[in-house]
Write a protein that binds this ligand. Structure first.
Ligand code: CA
Length: 553
């Protein structure tokens, strides 16, 4: 792996660290990267016959041009707007830690003791995407979805811990989609989990959302403070519990733009904890109703607290799933809430004026099984194996997205940033000051013959690019290795591969079990190496941001 890493990263080293003995190899690597980094010379890409993309601006990720589907999508949006008189709504249904295979549409559902009829209906009546990718953990994934930028750029490279103070406000120089949409006349709301900053100035209503109701952290941050059965060494030790309360109080809060956050309810017991997703559902339903009656376009991220551990069945849900386990009961509740919010759209006359996108922020968390989900892949949350980063994805919009066969084109959750702005007609509001890794996928979703505009998905461990997906191939330059099965977060190491990357053909080997890189993919390195170099070279002009989240080692 040394040779391969060298070829990718060597151009990024300061010259003083480059020894003369390596200068010959350097000539082959530094010069192309330098050219990319300074002027982004597109003809270098053009020299790669496998590269289908075009770069239209230095700060925008190159995309595959789709002229005909793009025209169809634009015409459809224009026709809808002239009919409704306002831009369309956007509803993102973001589940926490749901596995790719949890939903019936992806082979789970009734098969694994938790039917998901409402989610499956979105798939039947819309477009199921089988190759949707997220970051491998909560905070990085949500940051990427909202900014269209890799966590290595925003600095939010790992989950924030309870009450953790950041040395820099990550949002002070970021434009999240909600901020741009709010400025364009949308009503914007975050319902449910945030996990992108708990301090004043970093909360949803501080950084672009008009309003918010939910939890600023994550479910387990709250349950560890209240459940003596799972966390006796904390909950039964008053001095530790009080120390934690000084950092963070388990509570549901609410806030409006330019106002302080207020406590809605402190959560003191597992029973109270079990009710919070119904609170979020009530809030989202009311928000939709309010926007519809005021005839205002809306952008709503409904971010479930479910199905992240620890799951306690909501009232009426204990044992409701055939499996009977709390995780499965939580899946049933998520599916019911999806059904409720779709009904609310219909009842308010907004169903045909709303893009709905259903997904999860990362793969199933195998470390907390049996309070976790299912996926037919290797690994889980916290790794860049498919199990960590490949998530459910369904786009649903009656009248605008025809019921279509499932599509395995690449889609990164960062693409929701660009796609949301395109659908709202404000793509021109994207600042050229920052590099945007997302791609506008509106033509992929809206045109009957739409295909993905994304050529590759890059995957990160902390702030290191460690893997990529290109076509049906998965290429790892570093790999997560676990000492015990299903111990991806708690007992894994991230290590560079040997002389060659590990490569898997996901059509033939979806579980990434046998690397065939050197044997069958030698041809492919000529295709992907320039793509990797081009990606890394973007950091020259657009440097990484550090928020002080690095773990002391
Ligand atoms: Ca998560």
């Amino acid at each position: 792996m040394y040779l391969f890493s060298f070829m990718i990263y060597y151009p990024l080293l300061p010259i003083k660290h480059q020894s003369e003995s390596k200068m010959k190899l350097c000539f082959l690597t530094v010069f192309p990267a330098f050219m990319f980094s300074t002027v982004f010379v597109s003809h270098l890409c053009a020299q790669n016959p496998f590269d289908e993309t075009v770069r239209v601006a230095a700060h925008l990720e190159p995309a595959i041009p789709r002229p005909e589907p793009s025209k169809i999508a634009k015409d459809k949006l224009a026709a809808l707007r002239s009919k409704t008189g306002r831009p369309p709504n956007i509803l993102v249904l973001l589940v926490d830690d749901m596995g790719w295979g949890d939903i019936g549409a992806n082979g789970g559902g009734v098969v694994i003791g938790a039917p998901t009829p409402n989610i499956d209906k979105l798939s039947q009546d819309g477009l199921r995407l089988t190759s949707v990718y997220a970051q491998s953990t909560c905070t990085p994934s949500r940051a990427a979805l909202m900014t269209g930028r890799f966590p290595s750029r925003t600095g939010l490279t790992r989950p924030l811990m309870a009450g953790e103070a950041l040395s820099v406000n990550p949002w002070s120089d970021e434009d999240i989609a909600a901020k741009l949409l709010s400025a364009a006349g949308y009503r914007t709301a975050l319902s449910g989990k945030w996990h992108l900053g708990e301090a004043e100035g970093t909360r949803p209503h501080d950084v672009g959302y008009d309003e918010y109701l939910g939890i600023l952290g994550v479910a387990s941050e709250m349950t560890q403070a209240i459940d003596a059965r799972i966390y006796p060494d904390l909950v039964l030790r008053p001095e530790r519990r009080e120390a934690l309360r000084k950092l963070v109080i388990p509570e549901v809060t609410t806030g409006k733009k330019a106002s302080a956050a207020q406590t809605v309810q402190e959560i003191k017991t597992p029973e109270e904890m079990s009710t919070i997703d119904q609170m979020f559902a009530d809030y989202s339903a009311n928000f939709i109703q309010k926007c519809a009656s005021d005839r205002k376009p809306f952008y709503l991220i409904h971010a479930f607290s479910r199905v992240h551990n620890d799951n306690y069945p909501a009232p009426g849900y204990a044992g409701k799933s055939p499996a009977g386990f709390p995780y499965k009961d939580a899946i049933i509740e998520v599916d019911d809430i999806v059904g409720r919010l779709i009904r609310t759209l219909k009842e308010t006359g907004q169903l045909e004026n709303t893009l709905v996108f259903f997904t999860s922020d990362n793969g199933a968390n195998e470390d907390v099984w049996p309070d976790s989900g299912f996926q037919p892949w290797r690994g889980g949350k916290g790794t860049t194996w498919e199990g960590g980063v490949r998530v459910p994805g369904i786009a649903y919009w009656p009248g605008m997205i025809a019921p279509r066969p499932a599509n395995d084109g690449l889609f990164d959750l960062m693409d929701l940033f660009n796609t949301s702005l395109a659908i709202a007609g404000i793509s021109d509001q994207i600042s050229s000051k920052r590099y945007i890794d997302g791609i506008d996928q509106s033509s992929f979703l809206l045109a009957d013959n739409g295909q993905s505009s994304r050529q590759a998905v890059f995957m990160y461990g902390d702030n290191r690019m460690v893997a990529m997906r290109w076509k049906e191939y998965k290429i790892h330059t570093s790999v997560y290795l676990t000492h015990q099965p299903m111990r991806n977060l708690d007992e894994s190491v991230l290590t560079s591969t040997g002389d060659w990357p590990w490569v898997y053909n996901l059509y033939m080997d979806p579980k990434e079990q046998r690397s065939t890189g050197h044997r069958y993919f030698e041809w492919g390195f000529a295709a992907i190496l320039p793509m990797l170099k081009s990606h890394i070279a973007t950091y020259f002009k657009y440097p990484r941001k550090s928020l002080g989240l690095e773990t002391p080692r």
